[in-house]
Design a protein around this ligand. Sequence first.
Ligand code: ZN
Ligand code: FE
Length: 253
Amino acid sequence: MPLTVHQFPCLSDNYGFLARDEATGLAACIDTPDAAAILRELDKLGWKLALILNTHWHPDHAGGNAEVKAATGCAIVGPHEVTRISALDREVHGGDIVELGETRFEVLETGGHTLGHITYSDAADGIAFVGDTLFALGCGRLFEGDAAQMWTSLQRLAALPDDTAVYCAHEYTASNARFALSVDDDPALKRRAEAVFAARERGEPTVPTTIGLEKETNPFLRAPKLAERVGAAGRPDYEAFGAVRSAKDNFKG
Ligand code: ZN
Ligand code: FE
């Protein structure tokens, strides 16, 4: 039986995600950007929260842990780094399986944005919660890791099936699209960027995206093809990626 995902905007540009295992009715929330919003959505849906699944330690991802746990009695699962700001009931590492009823999430190590960042991948349903690693047309900033680590993490995500639904934690897509157009003139990117600008005009989310769409149009995944444009011709793939990342960090769009 499938996993149902309920997505809602919160804070200035975060998404909150609640996921319910339909076989058992148990629910998880992926990160805790805004405890009040999460509790309100749970109430509205009538879902019973069993787990918090943290992707990384940043306050807009784990800052609501204590309040959500106090209100629901759920258990908190996450990488060790989350203990910088919250208690954990279970510390997980790459390759671990987290069960939510009949749903099995595999933990993938996707460090780079933070060193211990992880992704929760539900392969049976083709769903991945990627936190701040991969965004629609973007990727997370390298706050703690380096380009080599992030490139490895992005390749790990790119290896998932093309139709995998990618739930990224922020709505950054319009600004990512403006940057993407500055380094890439691929027709598929141009078409997508127009669709993104139109969707945002209408106030519609651009998340989830898919692995296939990101492989086709995301300038960070396409970095080796853009190496010349970003002054990294002939360099290893991770350096081309690093050059695209630096260009985005300095982009005034
Ligand atoms: Zn973050
Ligand atoms: Fe974030």
